[in-house]
Design a protein around this ligand. Structure first.
Ligand code: SF4
Length: 443
């Protein structure tokens, strides 16, 4: 029986893609995927440090493995990812979870096979966390979760140092992949029948700033990916408002495969809070930027991230956020209650907003966000949308699920073999997060 692996992933799409690389490396070593965590011979946890909740869940989930490890000492338990890059976390794992065999970070992910071999040879625990990576390691094997849609890294790390964010410390400074490497990966995926790529980075539109020659920026890269034969759609995430260049907007306007969806985190509608967050734009500059995108791409779907209860946020600041949300009218917003992250500048700020106030504010914000999302989806009823069919719906296997170019989830009846095809769907019913419709033609 071949050895089997299971990976538990916390956090963002970058982590989801890193787990695909872990799976690829494990399969190259001869492991196969386990149907569940209980039957795995190696159990890896890919951690996130951006919020508190995944950290608590990690210690809970690995904590209960003590008994299983005692019964089966051959089981390998490993923890990797962003959390292990934070000062003090490795010590905490060593002290509180001594049954963990392997600890690694984000910068030495490619060394996973070597580290596992050392554990297999009897060295326990194996702990290796690098503070930075001198260069980008290419050609790591990847086991993609989908043969239809792929994540493709274009830039690692972030230079922005927003005062609440741990990412520049856990992922390091910005490092762009060479365009040849990115395009080769996209071409290979498209040649194997892949239909959609999502270009990934903490800050995708800083792409190219660190490349020699100054010839590549994000707009040029988007258009180059747009030209890859066989591909139907190009997406990307996440963009920073302060790094938007005209070439990005024109690429979105001109590239026929580049989807009309922009995730543009605003975080707050108050200039005072934005300054304390170190976001490098004002609320009005953000509004003007949205106008520029909407002039060039009139049917743009716009989504965002908003933090509520940042230190010092007054009722007036919060009202400015609500005003901005009403003005900009997002299709969806990911809303978060601020929680301090050790090592970030914001932990030194005073005036912490009391928890009940934060909760009351996020509740009010969600009401506004949901109302606008419903109104925007209602406006699509009767329209015809190009949908890339993903396969049977997870909620209702009798229906198919797919996404519009604006990244809206649509459910509709149809046979499973439509997966991977483009269909035109007429929308007949709208909810705040999902649309329902019927196929009217086959692209
Ligand atoms: S732009 Fe700000 S929030 Fe985004 S990853 Fe960089 S530091 Fe964090």
């Amino acid at each position: 029986m071949p050895l089997r692996y299971h990976i538990v992933t916390f956090g963002c799409q970058m982590n989801v893609h890193d787990s695909e690389k872990m799976a690829g490396m494990l399969e190259a070593m001869g492991y196969s995927p386990a149907p569940d965590a209980e039957s795995a011979d190696i159990l890896l946890f890919n951690t996130c440090s951006v919020r508190e909740n995944p950290e608590r869940r990690l210690f809970g989930q690995v904590g209960v493995l003590a008994r299983r490890k005692a019964q089966n000492p051959r089981l390998i338990i490993g923890i990797g990812g962003c959390m292990m890059q934070q000062p003090g976390e490795v010590e905490k794992v060593k002290n509180e979870l001594p049954w963990v065999d392997l600890v690694f970070g984000t910068h030495n992910l490619h060394r996973l096979p070597e580290l596992i071999r050392r554990v297999q040879a009897g060295e326990r625990p194996v702990i290796e966390v690098w503070q930075d990576s001198p260069e980008i390691v290419e050609n790591i094997p990847v086991h993609r979760q989908s043969s239809l849609s792929a994540f493709v890294d274009i830039i690692y790390g972030c230079n922005k140092f927003c005062t609440y964010c741990i990412v520049p410390f856990t992922r390091g400074r910005e490092k762009s992949r060479r365009p040849e490497e990115i395009l080769a990966e996209v071409r290979e995926f498209a040649a194997r029948g892949g239909r959609e790529v999502t270009l990934l980075g903490q800050n995708v539109n800083a792409y190219g700033k660190d490349l020699p020659g100054g010839q590549w920026d994000f707009g040029r890269l988007l258009l180059a990916v747009n030209d890859v034969e066989g591909l139907y759609r190009v997406r990307f995430t996440t963009s920073h408002p302060a790094d938007v260049q005209e070439s990005m907007i024109t690429a979105m306007r001109d590239g026929e495969k580049i989807c009309e969806h922009l995730h543009l985190p605003v975080q707050s509608g108050s200039d005072r809070v934005l300054r304390r967050m170190g976001r490098r734009y004002t609320a009005d500059q953000y509004r003007a930027l949205v106008e520029r995108f909407r002039e060039a791409i009139p049917d743009l779907t716009l989504t965002t991230d908003i933090i509520v209860g940042f230190p010092g946020e007054t009722e007036e600041d919060f009202a400015a956020t609500l005003r901005l949300v009403e003005d900009v009218r997002y299709d969806a917003a990911y809303t978060f209650i601020y929680s301090p992250r050790t090592g970030t500048a914001a932990t030194r700020l005073r005036d912490h907003v009391p928890e009940p106030v934060k909760k009351e504010r996020i509740y009010r914000l969600i009401q506004v966000v949901e109302r606008i999302a419903q109104e925007k989806n209602d406006a699509l009823v009767g329209s015809r949308q190009e949908v890339l069919v993903e396969g049977p719906s997870q909620h209702d296997p009798a229906m198919l699920a797919g996404r519009t170019r604006g990244n809206k989830l649509v459910h509709f009846p149809g046979p499973a073999q439509w997966a991977g095809n483009l269909k035109t769907v007429q929308i007949r019913e709208a909810h705040a997060h999902t649309l329902y419709g019927d196929v009217v033609s086959h692209a």
